[in-house]
Design a protein around this ligand. Structure first.
Ligand code: PLP
Length: 419
C-alpha cells in the first residue's frame, strides 16, 4: 500500500511546483511598512499596486484609532462562542442593521470570513433537488460552495448571457423533474479581469425563468454605485439581487464579511449557516472597526472619488500608451502582455528592482499559455505621481519584453536553475 504522503513528496501541485524559484519573491513576498501606496519590499521602496485597500482605509489614522481602542476595550477574545450560543451582542446586531441599510436590503448577517461564508451560504441555500447555475469564472469560494451541493449544477460561459439562458433552460427542465428550484450565482466584479458581472442582463432573464440570484460583490462593495452599495446599485438592479454578499477584506480594509437579503431569508440562513453555527463569532474589535469603516463609506464620498481619480488616470494612461487592459469595468486594472513564464518572472523582477513598482503577476494555468497578466489594484491612497511613475515604468518594461531582453535574461536564469 502507498504512503498517503507519497503523492505530496512527488508532486507539489500546480503552484507549489514553482516554490523553489518563486517563494519569497513572486509568491509569499513580504511587503513591509504601513499599508499604503508605498511600502518596502526586500529593503527597497516600492509603489504597491497589489493591495485591495480600495478606499485607503487600512492606515487611516481615525480607523487605526478606533481599531486600537476597540482592541484595548475588548481584547481579541470577546465575545466567546458561536453567535447562536454565547457570541451574540448588540454591536453585532447594530452592524448588521447598518450594513443591510447601506446595501438596500431588509436584513444582513455577519460572516467571519468571506470565503467560508460564501461556501456555507451556497450550501445552506440549496437542497439536493435544487439546481445551481453559475459563471464558470467564479471565485474559488463559490466553486467550493457548489462542490458541497448534492444535486445538479451547470456552469455558463463567463459573462455569456446566451450560455446562461441555455443552461437555465436545461436547469428548468431538470427542476421540473426534481421538484426543486434554481440558484444563479455570479459576481458583481470579477476580481482577476475586472469585468462587472452582467447583473442587469441576468436579472432580465427572471421574466422568463424562475430563479433566485446570489451575487458575490467582494470588489464592488464600496467602489461601485452612487453610494458605494456595489455593482447591483451601479447597474440599477440591487433590488433584484436575492442574496447579496460582500467581504470586509477589500474596501473595508479589515476581516469579516456579510450577506444581505429579505429578512425571512436571513432569518433562515442564521439558523442554517454551518460556518457561523459551528465557529466562533466575529470578534468585537472587528465589529467595532467595521462600524467605523461603514460610517466613513457613508459620510465620506471623497474616498470613492479619490479612488476613481486614480483608477481613471491609471486606466486611461495605460490605454493611451497602447496597453491592453482588457474589458475591465471596475477598479481592478489588468495589463495583458505576451510572453512565457520565465519572461514574466524577469519582467516582474525588473519592475520591482529597477522601477520600484510592486504588482501581482498572473500566468498560466490561471490564464492561457503565452499571456502575462499584471494585475493592478489602484486605491484612494495612491497619487497621480505614483500613476505617472508606473506608466513610465510600464513603457520601459514593454520595450524590454519586445526587444527580447527578458528572453535572454530568463534563458540564463533557467540554465542557472537547471530547468
Ligand atoms: C470575489 C471574492 N469573493 C470572496 C472572497 C473571500 O473573502 P475573504 O477574504 O473575506 O475570505 C474574495 C477574496 O477576498 C474574493 O475576491
Amino acid at each position: 500500500m502507498k504512503d498517503l504522503f507519497a503523492k505530496i513528496y512527488k508532486d507539489k501541485g500546480p503552484l507549489g511546483k514553482w516554490a523553489s524559484q518563486a517563494e519569497g519573491y513572486f509568491v509569499f513576498p513580504k511587503l513591509e511598512g504601513e499599508i499604503s501606496n508605498r511600502m518596502k519590499f526586500q529593503g527597497k521602496d516600492v509603489i504597491t499596486w497589489s493591495i485591495n485597500d480600495y478606499l485607503g482605509l487600512a492606515n487611516n489614522p481615525e480607523v487605526r484609532k478606533v481599531d486600537a481602542e476597540a482592541a484595548a476595550a475588548y481584547g481579541s477574545a470577546y465575545p466567546m462562542g458561536a453567535r447562536m450560543m454565547s457570541g451574540h451582542t448588540d454591536l453585532h446586531e447594530q452592524l448588521q442593521n447598518e450594513l443591510a441599510e447601506f446595501v438596500g436590503k431588509e436584513a444582513s448577517y455577519l460572516l467571519n470570513f468571506g470565503y467560508q461564508g460564501m461556501v456555507s451560504t451556497v450550501d445552506a441555500l440549496v437542497s439536493k433537488d435544487d439546481i445551481i447555475v453559475y459563471d464558470v469564472d467564479s471565485h474559488a469560494c463559490i466553486i467550493d460552495g457548489v462542490r458541497l451541493h448534492m444535486g445538479k449544477r451547470f456552469t455558463f460561459k463567463h459573462n455569456d448571457i446566451a450560455s446562461l439562458e441555455k443552461n437555465l433552460e436545461r436547469a428548468t427542465k431538470m427542476a421540473e423533474q426534481t421538484g426543486g428550484g434554481i440558484l444563479v450565482i455570479s459576481e458583481g466584479v470579477f476580481g482577476m479581469r475586472g469585468e462587472q458581472g452582467k447583473l442587469k442582463e441576468i436579472v432580465a432573464l427572471k421574466k422568463k425563468y424562475n430563479f433566485r440570484l446570489f451575487v458575490d460583490d467582494a470588489h464592488g462593495f464600496g467602489t461601485l454605485g452612487a453610494t458605494g452599495a456595489g455593482a447591483g446599485q451601479e447597474q440599477g438592479v440591487q433590488d433584484d439581487i436575492d442574496v447579496y454578499f460582500a467581504t470586509f477584506a477589500k474596501s473595508m480594509a479589515s476581516t469579516g464579511a456579510f450577506i444581505a437579503a429579505d429578512k425571512e431569508i436571513i432569518d433562515y440562513l442564521k439558523y442554517n449557516l454551518r460556518s457561523q453555527m459551528f465557529a466562533k463569532s466575529l470578534q468585537m474589535q472587528l465589529v467595532v472597526g467595521a462600524l467605523k469603516r461603514l460610517d466613513m463609506l457613508r459620510t465620506m464620498p471623497e474616498l470613492k472619488q479619490n479612488l476613481w481619480k486614480i483608477v481613471n488616470a491609471l486606466q486611461s494612461g495605460l490605454k493611451e500608451r497602447g496597453f491592453d487592459i482588457g474589458t475591465t469595468k471596475s477598479c481592478v486594472t489588468p495589463v495583458y502582455l505576451k510572453g512565457s513564464i520565465p519572461e514574466a518572472m524577469a519582467l516582474v523582477k525588473d519592475l520591482r528592482e529597477n522601477h520600484g513598482i510592486f504588482c501581482s503577476i498572473v500566468v498560466y494555468p490561471v490564464i492561457p499559455k503565452g499571456l502575462i497578466l499584471l494585475r493592478m489594484i489602484p486605491t484612494a491612497s495612491h497619487t497621480l505621481e505614483d500613476v505617472e511613475q508606473t506608466l513610465v515604468a510600464f513603457s520601459a518594461i514593454r520595450t524590454r519584453l519586445e526587444d527580447g531582453t527578458y528572453k535572454r535574461v530568463s534563458a540564463k536564469l533557467i540554465e542557472m536553475m537547471g530547468e
